[in-house]
Design a protein around this ligand. Structure first.
Ligand SMILES: NC(=O)C1=CN([C@@H]2O[C@H](COP(=O)(O)OP(=O)(O)OC[C@H]3O[C@@H](n4cnc5c(N)ncnc54)[C@H](OP(=O)(O)O)[C@@H]3O)[C@@H](O)[C@H]2O)C=CC1
Ligand SMILES: N[C@@H](CCO)C(=O)O
Length: 442
C-alpha cells in the first residue's frame, strides 16, 4: 500500500469534527477502498482550547489557515470553515497554488470564486472536490458530472436547503413558529453560521449556481439568480396551501428557456401528490432532466455533521485513488458565458393572497385588473377575518372588514401578475402588500 494521504483540516465545527470521527471509525475500510490510508496530520480552527470531543493529540496545530494550507507536510487541504472571502478564500487559493489538492464543503466560496478556483486547480494539476457543498449527503455532483455525462440536461431543480425544509415542515405539521423551528435547526447543526443565508435563500442560490454550471456547461453566475427566501411566508399561507392541495417548499430551479437560462430560488407551491412535496425535514431532493435518462431524482439528508462528512470523505477517497476530473466537468476555459433568461418572462401558475377591504366594488375591481392582464383564475377562496379595523385611506368614521382572499391563477407570466398586483395596490382596495407564491406543477 502507498504512503498515507496526509490531510490538513481547517475548521473543527459541525462538519470538521464529523469528518475526523468518520475517518477514525472507518480507518481500515477506507484504506482498503482507497488503496492507501488517510490521516489528519494538521488542524486549525479559531479557538485552540475548545474541547471538540475528538482526539487531535497527534495533529500539528496551526493558528493560521494559510500556513496550514501550504505546509509541506500535507497532501490535501480540507477547508471546512465557511465564508466566501477571508481565511477560506485565501487558504484555498494558497493551497491550490502550492500544489495541494483541496476538498471543501464551502458553496458560498465556490459560488463566488468557483470559475477562478477551478482554473487554478487545473493549472496546478490538483483536484478541487466539493461534493458536500450541494445537498449535504446526496452525491449530486458526481451524479451530474460523471453519471450523467452523456446527457443534454434541460432542467435541474430541487430542495437544496435542509434548514428551510426543516422549518417549513415543522411549521406545517406542528404549527410551530418560524423562530422556534430556526433555533432547533441551528441547535442541530443544520444552519449556516449566519442563518439569514439559509432563510433568505442565498444558500440555495449558491448550490443552484454550481448545479447550473454542471448542467449547462456555463460559467458559475450566482449573482444572476432570482432570489426570494421564506421569511415572508406566514402560517396563513401554509394553511391556505394545505387546504388548496399544495405544500410550500423552497425550490431552486435552473432551466433552459428560449431566451437563456432561468435560475430562480423562491418559495414554491407544489401539489401535495408530487414527489417533491413528500420531502420533509432536513431532507433534500434534487431532480435532473436529461435527454437520455428522462428524469432522475435523488433525495437524502441535506445538512448535519454525519451526512456532510459522508460527502467530504468520499471526496478524499477520490483523491487517495488519484481520480482526476475537471472540477466543473470541463476545462474552466471552455465554460460558456451564462445567458440569463428574464424572470418577468417566467410562465407558471400563481397563488396570490390579498387582504381586501370589504367595500362595494373592491372584488369587481380586482377581478377586472386580473382580466386586463389576461390572467385567468382557477379558484378564489375568501375568508372573513375575526377582527375589524379602520382603513387609513377611508373616512375616519368608516369601519371596514379586511378579508383574506386567495386567488389561484392558471398559467400566466410573471410580468402580467406583477403588473396586475401593482395596479391593485394603487387602486387602494387592499390593506397590506400582496403575497405572491409561484406554483410548480411538478
Ligand atoms: N453544517 C452543515 O450541515 C453543512 C455545512 N456545510 C459547509 O461546511 C462548512 C463548515 O460548516 P460547519 O461545520 O457547519 O460550520 P461551524 O460553524 O460549525 O464550524 C466552522 C469551523 O471553522 C472554524 N473557523 C471559522 N473561521 C475560521 C478562521 N478564520 N480560521 C480558522 N478557523 C476558522 C471554526 O473555529 P472555532 O470552532 O474555533 O470557532 C469552526 O471550527 C461551511 O462552508 C458550510 O457552509 C456544507 C454542508 C452542510
Ligand atoms: N445550511 C445548509 C447546510 C447544508 O449545505 C442547509 O441547511 O442546507
Amino acid at each position: 500500500m502507498s504512503n498515507p494521504l496526509k490531510l490538513g483540516l481547517a475548521g473543527l465545527g459541525t462538519v470538521g469534527v464529523s469528518v475526523v470521527k468518520r475517518l477514525a471509525l472507518l480507518e481500515n475500510e477506507l484504506a482498503m477502498s482507497a488503496g492507501r490510508s488517510m490521516r489528519v496530520t494538521a488542524v486549525t480552527a479559531r479557538s485552540r482550547d475548545k474541547d471538540r470531543g475528538v482526539d487531535l493529540s497527534n495533529c500539528t496545530w496551526f493558528d493560521d489557515p494559510v500556513s496550514l494550507a501550504t505546509n509541506d507536510d500535507i497532501d490535501v487541504y480540507v477547508e471546512l470553515m465557511g465564508g466566501d472571502s477571508g481565511a477560506a478564500e485565501d487558504s484555498v487559493r494558497a493551497a491550490l497554488k502550492a500544489g495541494k489538492h483541496v476538498v471543501t464543503a464551502n458553496k458560498a466560496l465556490l459560488a463566488k470564486h468557483g470559475n477562478e478556483l477551478a482554473k487554478l486547480a487545473e493549472e496546478n494539476g490538483v483536484q478541487l472536490n466539493y461534493e458536500a457543498a450541494v445537498a449535504g449527503g446526496i452525491p449530486i455532483i458526481k451524479t451530474m458530472r460523471e453519471g450523467m455525462a452523456s446527457n443534454a440536461i434541460s432542467r435541474v431543480y430541487g430542495i437544496m436547503n435542509g434548514t428551510c425544509n426543516y422549518i417549513l415542515t415543522r411549521m406545517e405539521l406542528e404549527g410551530l413558529s418560524f423562530e422556534e423551528c430556526l433555533q432547533d435547526a441551528q441547535r442541530l447543526g443544520y444552519a449556516e453560521a449566519d442563518p439569514t443565508f439559509d432563510v433568505e435563500g442565498n444558500d440555495t442560490a449558491h448550490k443552484l449556481a454550481l448545479l447550473t454550471s454542471l448542467a449547462f456547461g456555463t460559467q458559475i453566475e450566482a449573482d444572476s439568480i432570482f432570489l426570494e427566501g421564506i421569511t415572508s411566508l406566514t402560517t396563513d399561507d401554509i394553511k391556505a396551501a394545505d387546504e388548496l392541495g399544495f405544500r410550500i417548499k423552497l425550490l431552486g430551479v435552473a432551466q433552459k428557456t428560449d431566451t437563456g437560462i432561468e435560475q430562480r430560488v423562491h418559495p414554491t407551491m407544489v401539489p401535495k401528490s408530487s414527489a417533491i412535496a413528500q420531502i420533509s425535514g432536513v431532507t433534500n431532493a434534487v431532480a435532473v432532466d436529461g435527454d437520455a435518462v428522462g428524469s432522475i431524482t435523488m433525495s437524502g439528508p441535506g445538512a448535519g455533521g454525519d451526512a456532510t462528512a459522508s460527502a467530504v470523505v468520499a471526496d478524499l477517497v477520490d483523491v487517495a485513488r488519484d481520480f482526476k476530473i475537471y472540477p466543473l466537468g470541463r476545462p474552466a476555459a471552455e465554460l460558456q458565458p451564462y445567458v440569463r433568461a428574464k424572470m418577468r418572462a417566467h410562465e407558471g401558475g400563481y397563488y396570490i393572497r390579498l387582504s381586501v377591504n370589504d367595500r362595494p366594488g373592491a372584488f369587481a375591481s380586482i377581478a377586472q385588473r386580473m382580466a386586463e392582464h389576461d390572467i385567468s383564475l382557477e379558484s378564489i377562496v375568501q375568508r372573513r377575518s375575526n377582527g375589524y379595523f379602520t382603513n387609513a385611506q377611508s373616512e375616519a368614521s368608516e369601519v371596514v372588514k379586511p378579508q383574506a382572499v386567495v386567488l389561484i391563477t392558471y398559467e400566466t407570466t410573471e410580468e402580467a401578475v406583477r403588473k396586475a398586483l401593482q395596479q391593485i395596490e394603487e387602486d387602494g382596495h387592499i390593506s397590506a402588500p400582496p403575497q405572491m407564491i409561484r406554483i410548480e406543477r411538478l
